[in-house]
Design a protein around this ligand. Structure first.
Ligand code: SAM
Length: 281
């Protein structure tokens, strides 16, 4: 492994701070600083950008972001054992790393960012990865405070995120993501890159917010897709009954065949259904 900085190797950091991986915190650490540098580079030039990192752990990705020139990194970590290790990195990069102990699910970075451009780069804890993504996708006002999200997911989740309509993996997450962002899988990361090794392959995904998504209410859109995909093999005239209204006029207003199934409906169709549902409620 080549050096990206003069700090100790990650294996040494993990040993010194007793960071034995905890499954409950979704801890699968990346030890290879070349790989963390590849992930950081996927975000492009960061000299003017504040990066929000969720779950820095022992700091492999954090160090890559800083050594590649990120203006500032705001790192939110729930594991108290990692905080001292992260402070050692902060000392090496004075004024550029803010370590925030706490839960990323309830963390609002806006007061910390100020006016500078911001993005999120993270090797997410898999147990809360989807919940974090949904939080970032449903922010108001829109466009959000970030210019892009560069996130690692399990490959299977990444495929659901980017799935187009008509595919077997197209579902609630694909609709919400495609409505507000353009998402792309950048590359895969083998289980062997992590300690401990997960059973599955991971994928790095880039999501760029759309400047003007089709207008609709995100909560209502989620209700509609939950109903539609909750019984994805059924026709919409049946599955949408769980909304508590007659689906036929909704489908007629949205211009959708009552016999269609959820996976055949493009995002614009779900937006039209959501607007029709909002109007009759
Ligand atoms: N960034 C490190 C790396 O790439 O090696 C660690 C990634 S590990 C997959 C996920 C990290 O998220 C762990 O450090 C874990 O402690 C942290 N984490 C888990 N739940 C969290 C939460 N709710 N808020 C903030 N961090 C969390």
């Amino acid at each position: 492994m080549s050096q990206i900085d003069d700090l100790p190797a990650l294996r040494e950091v993990i040993r010194k701070h007793g960071l034995s991986p905890k499954k409950s915190l979704g801890q699968n650490f990346l030890h290879d600083l070349n790989l963390t540098a590849r992930i950081a580079r996927a975000a492009g030039p960061l000299e003017d950008t504040t990066v929000v990192e969720v779950g820095p752990g022992p700091g492999g990705l954090t160090r890559a972001l800083l050594s590649l020139g990120a203006k500032r990194v705001i790192a939110v970590e729930r594991d108290d054992r990692a905080i001292a290790a992260l402070h050692e990195i902060a000392e090496r990069y004075p004024g550029r790393l803010d370590v925030i102990p706490g839960d990323a699910l309830s963390f609002d970075p806006r007061p910390h960012i100020g006016d500078s451009p911001a993005c999120v780069v993270a090797n997410l804890p898999y147990n809360i990865a989807t919940a974090l993504l949904v939080n970032w996708l449903t922010l108001e006002p829109w466009p959000p405070w970030y210019s892009q999200l560069i996130l690692m997911f399990q490959r299977e989740v990444a495929e659901r995120i980017v799935a187009p309509h008509g595919s077997k993996t197209y579902g609630r997450l694909s609709v919400l993501t495609g409505w507000r962002t353009q998402a792309k899988i950048l590359f895969d990361i083998a289980p062997t890159a992590f300690v401990p090794q997960p059973k599955i392959t991971s994928s790095l995904v880039r999501l760029i917010p759309r400047a003007q998504p089709l207008p609709c209410d995100s909560k209502t859109l989620q209700r509609v897709t939950e109903a539609a995909f909750g019984q994805r093999r059924k026709m919409l005239r049946q599955s949408l009954k769980t909304l508590g209204v007659d689906p036929q006029p909704l489908l007629a207003t949205a211009g959708i065949e009552p016999t269609a199934r959820a996976e055949d409906i493009p995002i614009e169709g779900f937006v039209a259904l959501t607007r029709a549902f909002s109007e009759i409620r």
